[in-house]
Design a binder for this molecule. Structure first.
Ligand code: ATP
Length: 425
């Protein structure tokens, strides 16, 4: 693409918000004063050339990114989180900037070599071109010069622009996916997001040998990749592709396919006052049909937090147990559901449309008797297990429609205190 066309895109406020553009110019000016050629790279350039709004700001300098970062903090404020082995830094922007995302990656141009597939790379400082050659796909291996006269020049040694036009995801060398199999997930995300396709030589890299290395990746790294897929609008297409390429089996033979019938539920607006975290929701829907023991197995494999494990396990358990609950009274439903995370109940409601689950979420869980522990004390009942029993019975009577107002509750309470038999739950 010609420089003036690139500049036109760069100056388009719908693609690069003016505050981001000004920030980039200021960084580039400072880098120039330190004799460091300065570039935007990766997703920024890819999305800009596609005419899509840019998101992350990744800056590469031929020079020391930590030194640049320290100067930026000195002038503009914020905080620098340096990573000395790679001479990279994350700049947490000062809150006055009010930019999203609120961090910016500052990278020292570097070369990478992999001593062993799947391991983390060994690095050395290098030129911008070397830095582009260590990246994943041609469409992510372009740089936009930001400083001085060079502003608007695109560096594209690996022909990323041609692949953008052809809508192709192409790895940079034949061992790329073997070196780092998380790139398979990245390729699938770009395929799904932009309706691109891996070229045949890249696709061929997803072979037995690569899947073996994928199998050895840590749960944390794998879960991070699934988290990113779940964040995507077209995640269902991506999950299907993950399954078709044999990735689920490679991770663990018990990994289920994502049930495509459940895909719409991830898109549903949060209703009923429930804060539905998209990722938690995604994992619950994905693992809902599994036996509880397999949920635990896979939660360990993917290094779920305890909270996520509990939410997914509860959803699977409830889905399985629904048949036993259908004829129960509202008080029994409530008693059974109260121990489970609300989000798990909501997820099972979405896929089952079981009305009692909706009643629980919207009504039953809020039902409480007027009587409190203090009232029982005032009536002379000595504190003890009877307290809980009586309050539970009063609540059950409300839930099951046996009482419907305060005076009926009083009558029932009198009977319970007098030790009379009661036919409620
Ligand atoms: P997205 O829109 O998905 O966030 P991105 O390009 O901004 O895309 P990042 O994960 O932020 O993706 O990475 C920034 C850049 O770093 C990528 O464009 C790519 O050039 C490089 N990169 C990231 N992960 C890898 C990897 N595993 N191997 C090689 N290069 C990578």
């Amino acid at each position: 693409m010609q420089k003036d066309e690139v500049l036109r895109l760069f100056l388009d406020p719908d693609l690069v918000p003016p505050e981001k553009r000004v920030l980039l110019s200021n960084i580039a000016d400072l880098a120039a004063s330190l004799n460091m050629p300065c570039y935007a790279v990766g997703g920024f350039v890819r999305d800009l050339l596609l005419g899509k709004p840019v998101n992350d700001l990744d800056i590469v300098v031929e020079g020391d990114a930590i030194k640049l970062g320290n100067k930026l903090v000195e002038i503009y404020g914020g905080r620098l989180i340096p990573h000395f082995p790679f001479r990279t830094a994350i700049w947490q922007l000062p809150s006055t900037f009010d930019l999203q995302p609120s961090t910016l990656d500052l990278i020292t141009a570097r070369k990478e070599t992999y001593d062993k597939p799947g391991a983390l790379p060994t690095v050395a400082p290098a030129t911008i071109e070397d830095d582009l050659r260590r990246r994943d796909f041609t469409i992510n291996a372009m740089a936009l010069r930001l400083d001085g006269e060079g502003l608007g020049e695109i560096l594209d040694p690996l022909k990323g622009q041609t692949d953008l036009e052809r809508r192709v995801i192409r790895a940079l060398h034949p061992k790329s996916l073997l070196d780092d199999p998380t790139r398979i997930f990245r390729a699938i995300r770009y395929e799904g997001r932009y309706s691109f396709q891996m070229d045949s030589s890249t696709l061929e890299q997803i072979n037995e040998e690569t899947l073996k290395v994928l199998h050895s990746l840590s749960g944390e790294r794998l879960r991070h990749e699934f988290d990113l897929i779940l964040d995507e609008e077209r995640f269902a297409v991506m999950m299907l592709r993950v399954a078709k390429l044999g990735i689920l089996d490679a991770i663990h033979p018990k990994m289920p396919e994502f049930n495509q019938d459940y895909a719409d539920f991830l898109e549903m607006d949060a209703q009923l006052d429930i804060q539905a975290d998209r990722r938690t929701m995604g994992y619950m829907l994905w693992f809902m049909e599994l036996a509880e023991a397999d949920v635990i197995l896979l939660a360990n494999r993917l290094d779920f937090t305890n909270e996520l494990t509990l939410a997914v396990w509860a959803a699977a358990q409830l889905k399985r147990g629904l048949v036993h609950l259908t004829d129960m009274r509202p008080s029994e439903w409530t008693y059974a559901l109260e121990k489970l995370p609300l989000l798990s109940i909501y997820a099972v409601y979405l896929v089952s449309r079981e009305n009692s689950l909706l009643s629980y979420i919207s009504i039953w869980r809020h039902v409480k008797p007027f009587t409190t522990g203090n009232d029982l004390k005032a009536r002379g009942l000595p504190p003890g297990p009877r307290f809980g029993e009586i309050l539970l019975r009063l609540r059950a009577a409300w839930l099951d429609g046996e009482i419907a107002n305060g005076s009926q509750e009083e009558t029932l309470l009198d009977k319970l205190l007098a030790g009379q038999p009661w036919q409620g739950a």
